[in-house]
Design a protein around this ligand. Structure first.
Ligand SMILES: [Zn+2]
Length: 239
């Protein structure tokens, strides 16, 4: 089965909603509901894997009830060092997600880019982010989304050595024969994505999919810089 992993962040109508609104990545609740309805209507909902990065509080307050209503399971990649910060999930929220049958994955301790770290810092980051979540939910955490989707051979080898079995990046596309073992592609779902385009991306078909792949390749560098700047603002707001 060709699975498509969908990458979400927060679910917000606007900046007044609980959590950290992002003009690019915050998907409006009504639109998110339509996307979940579409997934549920496909007959094989396991083909579409809903994932969330960072641990915004809206993951619990807004997304969780909507997933449960439709009997869908999702993975929440939570940045361990952000837990209990304003607008982010608390320890009790992480437990509530796990108790609801949701899958908990790691997303770094500090959200720093792993490839910028020296080996000691990288190993600490991997180990601590995993241990912090395992301490909260009382079971193994074996999946990780790399902050910024960034990492190469060193980061993958170290994460596998640390005990992670599934690693998620942000190269758009389905899992297919070209995917390295244990390395998952993901499709970013952004605020401006209309319903028809969402369906095309989730099915990984047509020009929308080809364009997403091309754009990812061509814009890797500027996107990295924009991503960084956006993240700096979030980090500044959190401290
Ligand atoms: Zn992130």
């Amino acid at each position: 089965m060709r699975r498509v992993h969908l990458m979400y962040h927060g679910i917000h109508d606007d900046a007044s909603a609980p959590g950290h609104f992002d003009p690019v990545y915050s998907v409006a609740p009504a639109r998110f509901a339509r996307q979940l309805d579409w997934i549920a209507a496909q007959g094989q909902p396991d083909r579409f894997h809903v994932t969330f990065d960072d641990g915004d509080i809206s993951n619990v307050t807004t997304a969780l009830p909507m997933l449960r209503e439709r009997g869908l399971r999702a993975t929440f990649f939570i940045t361990s060092g952000f837990i209990e910060r304003p607008g982010m999930v608390r320890r009790s929220d992480v437990r509530a997600l796990a108790d609801a049958g949701m899958h908990i994955g790691a997303h770094g301790m500090s959200h720093g880019f792993l490839e910028d770290m020296d080996l000691d810092a990288l190993r600490r980051e991997l180990r601590d982010s995993k241990a912090a979540l395992e301490d909260i939910i009382g079971r193994e955490v074996d999946a990780m989304a790399l902050p910024g989707g960034r990492g190469g051979a060193r980061e993958i080898d170290e994460a596998l050595a640390c005990g992670f079995r599934d690693l998620y990046g942000s190269r758009p596309g389905p899992d297919d024969d070209s995917t390295q073992p244990r390395w998952r592609n993901r499709v970013a779902i952004t605020r401006d994505l209309g319903d028809a385009k969402f369906a095309a991306l989730a099915n990984w078909s047509g020009p929308a999919a080809r364009w997403a792949r091309l754009r990812h390749g061509a814009l890797a560098v500027p996107k990295r810089v924009l991503g960084n700047a956006r993240y700096q603002r979030l980090r500044a707001a959190l401290t």
